[in-house]
Design a protein around this ligand. Structure first.
Ligand code: GAR
Length: 214
């Protein structure tokens, strides 16, 4: 009798704080045939995060561990760590997670925490990237997926996407232009990480076509 060997799927946790469109893109991708991973849970620090409802609608287990004056980050990280161990998580994806994890916490999961950041790193780390890029009067914006290390928005870059900025753009239009490209980039990078592929993804919009060979 033939024994069927079930493919090994890496266990993923997604951390969010808000709308969760990147999270939803990852979940949708994870449900495609032969996907090399499985999303075990979605966790938010924000009880009002819309992403929690979305994750539930996709049948994903959710947790909310608030961080506020009464619930400090140490407690949050302790609870998160217990959960990660319990669920045997092998990859953590920050998807619009707006809290900074402590160096101590990151040490536990060195190299396997990913983040998506809405700028072409190392340029414009931190918050309000769409507003700040417009202030710089630069013509190109974008997003970066990187490994999380102990410095803010500074770990190894695994993929970047660029878009053009037009004169009419506002922080709102830039965010809108970028978000779908973020989903595409993040899901591609996660697939690479899950299968141990080492290539750095670079995507540019509009797509620059190569000159035709004569
Ligand atoms: C995304 O644009 C993501 O790049 C950004 O927050 C947004 C979350 O949207 N992340 C950061 O700014 C992290 N520093 P989403 O909740 O719809 O995925």
């Amino acid at each position: 009798m033939k024994t069927k060997i079930k493919p090994f799927k890496k266990k993923i946790a997604i951390l969010i704080s808000g709308v969760g469109t990147n999270m939803e893109a990852i979940i949708k991708d994870s449900k495609t045939i032969r996907y090399p991973g499985i999303v075990k849970f979605v966790l938010s620090n924000n009880p009002n995060a819309l992403g929690i409802i979305k994750a539930k609608n996709h049948g994903i287990k959710t947790f909310v561990f608030p961080i506020d004056k009464n619930h400090n980050k140490e407690i949050f990280e302790k609870k998160l760590l217990n959960l990660l161990i319990k669920e045997k998580i092998e990859l953590i994806c920050l998807a619009g997670f707006m809290k900074i994890l402590s160096k101590n916490f990151i040490k536990n999961y060195k190299g396997i925490i990913l983040n998506i950041h809405p700028s072409i790193l190392p340029s414009i780390k931190g918050l309000h990237t769409h507003k700040r890029i417009l202030e710089k009067k630069i013509k190109t914006h974008g997003a970066t997926v990187h490994i999380v290390n102990s410095e803010l928005d500074s770990g190894k870059i695994l993929g970047q996407v660029t878009i053009n900025i037009s004169k009419e753009d506002t922080p709102k239009t830039l965010a809108k232009k970028l978000i779908n490209k973020e989903h595409k980039l993040y899901t591609k990078v996660i697939r690479n990480v899950l299968i141990g592929k080492n290539t750095i993804i670079q995507e540019n919009y509009p797509v620059i076509s190569k000159p035709e060979k004569k």
